[in-house]
Design a protein. Structure first.
Length: 266
């Protein structure tokens, strides 16, 4: 146990209600020495925070030693949200900000990645002590393949495009370690988190317990069936991502991930 862990810690997870946030909260919950985890979510919970306005942020971060910052997926202005969180963290005297970014943040063809590159810059120049995590694509994006509930999957890019899929539980375990060990060990570090193999969605289907077939459809077709709840801006950002995946896949290294986990990623 590190010195900072043995003192106990109040950690805030900004964006705790989403799938990443829930995994990070669960990983922190399993650690001895974490005194209290403050969950922030748009809906009332432990602390209701609206990142679009900043309402509730000051109260949520008050007394926290560390903050894990998770922005909503394909938000139209992630840097504005992160700027708000950093200002509140500075006011609250937070010692360590850990930002949940993405692998390959500076990818001009993917606007929501470029926004994360901008956010990384905001974090690094905030005057706070910081760490950035850059996970690759989650295997859990294909939960229906992994849990056997799908017999077919529609994909708006090539089923043979390759990804260094990561497991969310592994990413959360690293996030919890970094938060608990704190800035004395992790300030100034940017950790790329890629899975152990370059796999395609077709590979995931072939490894499923029950057979799963995969069919490529156009981005427009996919959007008309699965993108109904997205804003126009969200549709544009996701479409750009699908087109990029189709051409280039999305890979990341796993050496740092393995070292931080103390075992190979799953
Ligand atoms: N999926 C991947 O493969 C992957 C890989 C690397 C990085 N990431 C990044 O991980 C982050 C989280 O992704 P996720 O899939 O875990 O997200 P998610 O499950 O969609 O959760 C997003 C959460 O943000 C909340 N939210 C939305 N707008 C908000 C606002 N204005 N104020 C406060 N909360 C708000 C939503 O709350 P409500 O429930 O109230 O709507 C939701 O709980 C994203 O930034 C994504 O880019 C994802």
């Amino acid at each position: 146990m590190t010195e900072s862990l043995s003192r106990g810690a109040d950690i805030a997870v900004v964006g705790a209600a989403g799938k990443t946030g829930a995994a990070v909260v669960a990983a922190l919950g399993g650690l001895a020495g974490v005194r209290r985890v403050v969950h922030t979510a748009r809906r009332p919970g432990d602390h209701a925070v609206d990142l679009d306005t900043g309402a509730g942020l000051d109260e949520a971060l008050s007394g926290c030693r560390g903050v894990y910052v998770i922005a909503p997926n394909v938000h139209p202005d992630e840097p504005a949200l992160v700027r708000r969180v950093l200002a509140a963290a500075a006011d609250a005297g937070v010692e360590h900000v850990v930002y949940h970014s993405v692998a390959w943040p500076y990818t001009p063809a993917m606007p929501h990645h470029v926004d994360k590159a901008r956010c990384e810059d905001l974090v690094r120049t905030s005057g706070l002590r910081w760490t950035v995590l850059q996970p690759c694509a989650y295997a859990e994006n294909f939960a229906a393949i992994l849990d056997g509930s799908a017999s077919t999957v529609e994909l708006p890019y090539s089923p043979d495009a390759r990804f260094s899929f990561v497991r969310l539980a592994d990413v959360a375990e690293v996030a919890a370690r970094v938060l608990v060990e704190g800035p004395d060990i992790h300030h100034g570090a940017t950790y790329e988190l890629g899975g152990p193999e370059a796999l395609s969605v077709r590979d995931l289907c072939e490894r499923a317990d029950e057979p799963v077939s995969v069919k490529q459809v156009s981005v427009d077709e996919w959007m008309s069936r699965h993108g109904q709840s997205l804003s126009e801006d969200g549709r544009v950002r996701l479409s750009a991502m699908f087109e990029f995946y189709d051409r280039h896949g999305f890979l990341a290294g796993n050496a740092v991930f393995e070292s931080l986990l103390g075992r190979p990623p799953m």
